[in-house]
Design a binder for this molecule. Structure first.
Ligand code: NAD
Ligand code: UDP
Ligand code: UDP
Length: 338
């Protein structure tokens, strides 16, 4: 990456036009990397619904064709099997960069966050597209500040078992800001807090999917450690709304996108019991190394600058995820439209 180019004009694909393409609402050409995944596929639904042309780029590492199958055959939808670690040539207006081995059991040893992000920034630079990075609350590590504000620099162990993900996303943020400052790429950064909903990977080891699948299968819910650690859980439609506002808005970020409702893992287990099975059992297991003790977003910045805040409380969102999990665990058909 050599920053020898001057900042890109945003009129690049709109010669003679008055409205900068990046500000036009309809008919944009949009790449969603990781678009066959959990969050990506919900974002794709909304973009297609809005009338944009969407190209999903995914290597199906953790994502699944089933998640976007309901768009096959539409003229404004394309699916490309591609690993973003390899260069990619496309002509587009916006890039939502979600591709990432996102869950603990999948993310080790993968260069997607660094090399994949570099390639997508290179693409954005070449074609003058606006680039949105889906970073994570994990950049705050095991935070010493609570709740976490965007100005907090975090407390991350660079050599720990989770650092491939944490540090990978921190590097991705650095690259994003470097391309912004050095090459004039229009960028947006979202720091996403724990998100749940339909189409979540069933066996990826995350707490909400584990508890829901376990309770449905009549297995005990596995609480790691003493279960007093906290997380804040956001329903996926709220996140997608935030991502789109961020992309369309005028602010680079980073912005925390999460639901400030904070729960201990024991409280979460209780909500799952109330939703699925009051008799569901709890089983304690040793916790993983470097597990953050608490996490809760301060979303003042997103509220003020994007006019965004989450609308779906855990007790309302969980049942929608449970019906999807029930269908996928016990049903036999593969239509994942929700
Ligand atoms: P996901 O695993 O469902 O989606 C990620 C998608 O990226 C998958 O479809 C996967 O196949 C694809 N992918 C992975 N490596 C790739 C590569 N090299 N080339 C092309 N495609 C690749 O996870 P998700 O929960 O939908 O996460 C989406 C984004 O949001 C990720 O960047 C993740 O880090 C971020 N995020 C999610 C959460 C959450 O709670 N879900 C929290 C913080 C951040
Ligand atoms: N890249 C890409 N698609 C493009 C343009 C660039 O995948 O349309 C990749 C390119 O292969 C390189 C990375 O993005 O690995 C960074 O590109 P940039 O032009 O910023 O860096 P340089 O190639 O000058 O080092
Ligand atoms: N956790 C748990 N039981 C599980 C899976 C996870 O108690 O079956 C805990 C885990 O130790 C962590 C919290 O739930 O404290 C959230 O874990 P997850 O992997 O879902 O998200 P992250 O740690 O990335 O926030």
């Amino acid at each position: 990456a050599h920053f020898i180019h001057p900042p890109r004009p945003i009129y690049r694909f709109n010669p003679g036009g008055k409205v900068p393409l990046s500000l036009k609402r309809k008919g944009l050409r949009i790449v969603v990397t990781g678009g066959a995944g959990f969050v990506g596929s919900h974002l794709v639904d909304r973009l297609i619904e809005r009338g944009d042309s969407v190209i999903v780029v995914d290597n199906f590492f953790t994502g699944n064709k089933d998640n976007v199958m309901h768009h096959f055959g539409k003229s404004n939808f394309e699916l490309i099997r591609h690993d973003v670690v390899k260069p990619l040539l496309l002509e587009v207006d916006q890039i939502y960069h979600l591709a990432c081995p996102a869950s603990p059991v999948h993310y080790k040893y993968n260069p997607t966050n660094v090399v994949g992000t570099l390639n997508m920034l290179g693409l954005a630079k070449r074609v003058g597209a606006r680039f949105l990075l889906t970073s994570t609350s994990e950049v705050y590590g095991d935070p010493l500040q609570h709740p976490q504000v965007e100005t907090y620099w975090g407390n991350v162990n660079p050599i720990g078992v989770r650092s491939c993900y944490d540090e990978g996303k921190r590097t991705a943020e650095t690259l994003t800001m470097d391309y912004h400052r050095g090459a004039g790429v229009e960028v947006r950064i979202a720091r996403i807090f724990n998100t749940y909903g339909p189409r979540m990977c069933i066996d990826d080891g995350r707490v909400v999917s584990n508890f829901v699948a376990q309770a449905l299968r009549k297995e005990p819910m596995t609480v790691y450690g003493d279960g007093k650690q906290t997380r804040s859980f956001q329903y996926v439609s709220d996140l997608v709304d935030g991502l789109m506002r961020l992309m369309e808005g005028e602010h680079v970020g980073p912005f925390n996108l999460g639901n400030p409702g904070e729960f201990t893992m024991l409280e979460l287990a209780q909500v799952v019991q109330e939703t699925i099975d009051p008799d569901a059992k709890i089983e304690f297991r040793p916790n993983t190394e470097d597990d953050p003790h608490k996490r809760k977003p301060d979303i003042t910045k997103a509220k003020n600058l994007l006019g965004w805040e989450p609308k779906v409380a855990l007790r309302n969102g969980l049942p929608m995820m449970v019906s999807d999990f029930r269908r996928r665990i016990f049903g036999d058909h593969k239509d994942n439209s929700v």
